[in-house]
Design a protein around this ligand. Structure first.
Ligand code: AMP
Length: 284
């Protein structure tokens, strides 16, 4: 595995591989790997001649007062894990390599960026869309691997790829969870033991709603009320939002009639946790 932190060198390496006709699979991350990251990395490895992972904690997607400075990092461990998975290239640029002096260009995905997490994290998805567009231009992969855990991010990045005519196939893989259902996340590190024990309630509440839909409940307002009530049973958890939305434009739904996403974000101690369940329309 080659570790590269320079854009020019990375482009040169990959153009050689591209010329030899190998497909390139790419997994962008902010590092501090867990099994969620590794599931994407393994798929990229299995399905492509060249497997690439990037680790870049992107300042542009953190607002003032968010956790940029304390975001968990352990690049040496990430490098070892990527090596074990037989990744070909580990791209790890510094901030001034991605945003050199004079940097001015940002990618804004209208409307979608302001829904769900966008309401309490203004500017977040502008940062995400910008850095991933840049990484896609640098890497020019055939396949981009994303996690369903960040469902809004996946919807937005699919929009970026379509709108900017990028030739990349986007694959969204299922959320990897701890045994008790908590979605794996680098931010789970912020939870102390007591908070960690309470954290699975978000997924429990969402799963109960999913089960109710399977049993025939269609009233989104009622489902959301039950989710909020279930979460409130655990003390010290602040609900940021719980919403039922359509999967393509993230518009709020009153009634579950087709493909839907029920998503939520909560604050627990020093962590902001997000999760979602996808309602499978074919079975409705
Ligand atoms: P991050 O490093 O948190 O920015 O995540 C990098 C990629 O891993 C994104 O596509 C995430 O959606 C994905 N990811 C993060 N957590 C999980 C998880 N628990 N299961 C599956 N994918 C995940």
């Amino acid at each position: 595995m080659k570790t590269i932190n320079n854009v020019k060198m990375f482009k040169k390496e990959l153009s050689g591989k591209r010329l030899s006709g190998k497909s390139i699979g790419f997994v962008p991350t902010m590092g501090f790997f867990h099994e969620g990251h590794l599931s994407l990395i393994r798929r990229a490895r299995e399905e492509n001649g060249v497997a690439v992972v990037s680790v870049f904690v992107n300042p542009a997607q953190f607002s003032a007062g968010e956790d940029l400075n304390r975001y968990p990092r352990d690049v040496n461990r990430d490098i070892e894990l990527a090596r074990k998975e037989r990744i070909d290239y580990f791209f790890n640029p510094q901030v001034d390599e991605m945003y050199p002096d004079g940097y001015k260009t940002f990618v804004e995905v209208e409307s979608l960026s302001r829904k769900l997490c966008g309401k309490s994290r203004p500017g977040h998805f502008k940062g995400v869309a910008t850095v991933v567009a840049k990484l896609l231009n640098i890497c020019r992969p055939d396949v981009l691997y994303l996690g369903q855990k960040d469902a809004q991010q996946a919807v937005i990045l699919k929009r970026v790829v379509a709108d900017l005519n990028m030739d990349v196939n986007v694959k969204v893989l299922p959320t990897v969870r701890e045994k008790d259902g908590l979605a794996m996340s680098s931010r789970n590190k912020y939870l102390d033991d007591d908070e960690r024990a309470r954290a699975p309630v978000l997924y429990k509440a969402l799963s109960e709603a999913e089960k109710s839909v399977k049993e025939g409940e269609r009233d989104a307002g009622l489902l959301l009320k039950r989710i909020r009530r279930r979460i409130s049973e655990e003390k010290g958890i602040m609900i940021d939002y719980v919403e039922a939305v359509s999967i393509d434009d993230l518009e709020s739904l009153d009634e579950i009639k087709g493909p839907a996403l029920i998503a939520g974000a909560v604050k627990l101690g020093g962590a902001r946790l997000i999760d979602n369940v996808l309602i499978n329309c074919e079975k409705l």
